[in-house]
Ligand binder design. Structure first.
Ligand code: 6MZ
Length: 362
């Protein structure tokens, strides 16, 4: 594991509320238990459980959302999640989250996102660069990451970008509200839109207008695609040609052909796919075929909290399951940089970090 921990990595598919530490969830559940909002003993085993079907995962998200329904808590979990990724040498993180309206506690999608942005600023354990077009490049929070590689004693630094998720339960209007919010917050590190949520809920036509608008406005788009068999939707999503897709578990021959001809990068989440049983075992996982075909792919966590994993653990799994060595995984990490939703300057810097860490292998 040490090799994968110390390797500089990029994380492109991480859901904020799925990446919360179990210890934080248990603490929040205990507080809500004392207030009588929930019965702690009813939820404790749900949080501690490891194996969950896809349906159970979405029930767990409903519980997590009860525990994290508060601006302060959103700020806290954002800070913790960034610090956790940085602690395992993730040098670029795209964190995605669904902005939520909750009138009963005075939460709007905008104020939810405000709480997330506060969480980014609250990070103290590492330096965070999050403004894509920052003018204060020389400031500590936004300075170059290069020091990270040149000096062993330098503070750790991480780039963070935000993707706003549209939940498949949402209406066209709600999806459009999310896209407009993303456009408003572009200067604060919001770079794109994700479509996620329970894959058996909702229809492509509902989200299409908002996703089309997002793309026309120059936001990046990534879609959860083919998490369950749904050929009609998979075809429509591939026709849309998003910048990346997540999962691609239930593709048929024709769909693989189209995906490969379009070279759309795939965010691969091994543990998530196995735990939710969308793929029966790693030896039949599509990672191997995509890797051998040199199709663009990125190893990601999905929900490190819910699936008790980490990005280093996902690299470790890939190495063991597909017989890959350190050089091959360094190459994968370096290739992933081409698919980040950031400008060429950031990509150059990230590549230098990976190259300089790889040189130390010699
Ligand atoms: C689809 C998923 C997901 O947005 O509240 N989410 N959507 N498939 C998955 N694979 C297991 N894992 C997470 O984070 C939690 C939300 O992310 C989406 C779901 O909509 C979930 O409610 P946020 O921060």
């Amino acid at each position: 594991m040490e090799d994968w921990l110390s390797m500089p990595k990029v994380e492109l598919h991480a859901h904020l509320n799925g990446s919360v530490r179990d210890s934080t969830l248990l603490e929040l559940a205990s507080v809500l238990g004392e207030k009588g909002v929930i019965v702690f003993s009813d939820v404790e085993h749900v949080i501690r459980k490891n194996d969950r079907s896809l349906t159970e995962v979405f029930r767990l998200f409903d519980l997590i959302h009860i525990l994290t329904t508060d601006h302060k808590v959103i700020t806290r979990i954002t800070k913790e999640v960034i610090e956790d990724f940085a602690s395992e040498n993730v040098v670029y993180l795209e964190l995605r989250t669904t902005p939520k309206n909750n009138a009963s506690i005075g939460m709007s999608k905008r104020s939810y996102l405000g709480a997330v942005l506060e969480g980014i600023k609250a990070v103290t354990a590492v330096d965070v660069a999050f403004r894509p077009h920052s003018s204060d490049v020389g400031s500590q929070k936004n300075s170059s990451l290069i020091n990270h590689t040149c000096s062993g004693s330098a503070r750790k630094k991480i780039y963070v970008r935000i993707l706003l998720s549209i939940d498949r339960r949402e209406t066209t209007e709600a999806a459009m509200e999310t896209v407009k919010l993303a456009l408003e917050m572009r200067d604060l590190g919001v770079v794109g839109i994700d479509l996620s949520g329970n894959p058996i809920v909702g229809e492509w036509v509902t989200f299409f207008p908002a996703l089309k608008f997002a793309r026309e406005q120059g936001l990046y788009v990534t879609l959860h695609c083919g998490e369950v068999p749904n050929p009609k939707e998979i075809r429509a999503m591939l026709d849309f040609q998003p910048q990346r897709i997540g999962h691609a578990c239930c593709f048929e021959e024709e769909e693989w052909k189209t995906l490969k001809s379009l070279s759309i990068p795939v965010e691969i989440c091994l543990t998530s796919n196995i735990r939710t049983n969308t793929i029966p075992s790693l030896d039949v996982h599509h990672f191997a075929d995509l890797y051998n075909a040199k199709h663009p792919l990125v190893i990601c966590t999905d929900d490190s909290g819910v699936f008790s994993t980490s990005l280093s653990n996902e690299y470790n799994l890939a190495a063991a399951a597909f017989g890959l060595g350190k050089r091959e995984l360094f190459q994968l990490a370096r290739n992933s940089i081409d698919f980040v939703f950031a400008d060429d300057g950031v990509k150059r810097e990230l590549k230098e970090i990976v190259n300089s860490a790889e040189k130390k292998l010699d």
